[in-house]
Structures are given as C-alpha cells and as structure tokens.
Design a protein around this ligand. Structure first.
Ligand code: SAM
Length: 180
C-alpha cells in the first residue's frame, strides 16, 4: 500500500518543529511522501534530507498548496483520509481504509476548511478529544500497517542502530560526516 501525507497550513513562525515531526513520523512509520501546504519554508525538507542521508532513504518532502494537491490525488484515484477529532472512529473506518492501495492522509495545523470534510473519503477521529497532528498521524499509520512498519529497512543508510537494552549501539555502514 502507498501512503502519502498532506500536512495542511504550515506556519513558518510557529510550526517548524511540529511539521518536521510530522515528516519524521511519516518517514519512520511507512509513508513515502509528505506534502507541506502553507508558508514557504525549507526547514523540514532540510531536516529530512539529513535524516534520509544518515539513516536511509525513506521519504520525499515537497511543498504544494493543499487544494491543488487534493484535486490531483483525487483525479489519480487516491483515497483521502482526513484525521480530525470530529470524525468517525478509527475502529469503524480502518477495515475500509486497509482495502485501498493508495491513501493520502490529511493532517491539519490551523483550522481546517469545511471543504476538506466533504472532499475526504473518511474523516477519522483518533479518539474524539483534541490532541496533536503528530500523535494522530502516528497512531493512524501504526493501526494501518498493524505494526509491520516498525520492521521496515531503509536503504542506503550510513549508520544502523542495533537495538540494545542499555546504552547506544550504532554500526557504521558507510563513511559518515555527521554525529552519532
Ligand atoms: N483547531 C483545529 C481545527 O478545528 O481543525 C485543529 C487543531 S489540531 C492541534 C491540528 C490537527 O491535529 C488537526 O487538524 C487534526 O489533523 C489533528 N488532530 C488533533 N486531534 C485529533 C484527534 N482526536 N483525532 C484526529 N486528528 C486529530
């Protein structure tokens, strides 16, 4: 299954960490691309480029307006899953979502326009309390892939982390200029 994420309404002044964390979560939990709508800002793209180079190729980042993106994806037959606390339950929506081959996950920042609720194939609440786009995205992807996303390998990594009970075990796979 192909999963892309559309991060709506990035505000350069206040959202850089949250948007970067959405991108990191998308990468770590199995999405192939994140599209960032809102203010022009290259920071998330730079952060993810560094992470991809060091820990393996995992996600592409691009900046594009949300309306254009939704239109393009809809026209290509992708299904849209909008994460919102007002939506139907995850448990109810997930069986139908899992049957699809291409999912665009829409997460907000500022107030999401009413139009999005209509365009979306599913409006899904990760619980019906307000929390965060990072948490909502992580739980959605984890449920969608049923935990298998955590075993994914990232090609062309310079380092590999070997799981261990205490301390840090990092294996160098290629020459790396960065920190460990
Ligand atoms: N006030 C905004 C609105 O009314 O659309 C939402 C702000 S919230 C901090 C930012 C984003 O987090 C939302 O657009 C949604 O994607 C996600 N989110 C927050 N709580 C959620 C929940 N319980 N279920 C699903 N998504 C949630």
């Amino acid at each position: 299954m192909k999963v892309h994420v559309l991060r709506f309404g990035h505000r350069k002044k206040r959202d850089i960490r949250v948007t970067s964390h959405c991108a990191l979560v998308a990468r770590a939990l199995g999405a192939e691309r994140i599209i960032i709508d809102g203010d022009k800002d290259d920071k998330a793209e730079k952060t993810l480029k560094g992470v991809n180079e060091r820990f393996g190729q995992g996600i592409k980042v691009e900046q594009k307006a949300w309306k254009k993106t939704l239109k393009e994806y809809k026209n290509k037959g992708w299904k849209i899953a909008h994460l919102t606390m007002y939506g139907e339950t995850l448990a109810k929506a997930m069986p139908a979502v899992r049957k699809e081959k291409r999912i665009l996950v829409f997460v907000g920042a500022e107030k999401v326009p009413g139009e999005v609720y209509k365009i979306a194939d599913w409006n899904i609440g990760i619980g019906n309390q307000p929390h965060s786009e990072i948490a909502a995205l992580a739980i959605f992807l984890h449920e969608l892939f049923e935990g298998k996303e955590l075993e994914r390998k990232f090609p062309k990594a310079k380092v590999e982390i070997i799981p261990c009970q205490k301390g840090k075990n990092v294996r160098q796979l290629q020459k790396s200029k960065g920190k460990s």
